[in-house]
Design a protein around this ligand. Sequence first.
Ligand SMILES: [Zn+2]
Length: 99
Amino acid sequence: MEKSDPMTYVCERCGHIDNPIWKPLYWRLYWSFAPFADFEREYPTLAKQLTHRLAKTEDQYFVYQRRGKTRDVVHRYPKALSSMMNRKIYEKTPSEMRG
Ligand SMILES: [Zn+2]
């Protein structure tokens, strides 16, 4: 694997370093992207399921979608974000729920 980018996410608890192919999508908090060629090399099984533009797949932690018009890229976001997109779940904090 290539030398890790100093901006690559590192887990403070276990020291796990995220795969450096992922770069932040600046205009979408929690999303990241990678060139499809890198994705194919690092995640060959998942890449087989992204056969065309807008195809989606997921693993235990992330949802992946093939995007891009001029550049062939994959966007990724944490699965937990799907439930945050469903605003109803987050309208109340746990202490408010009890009330
Ligand atoms: Zn960790």
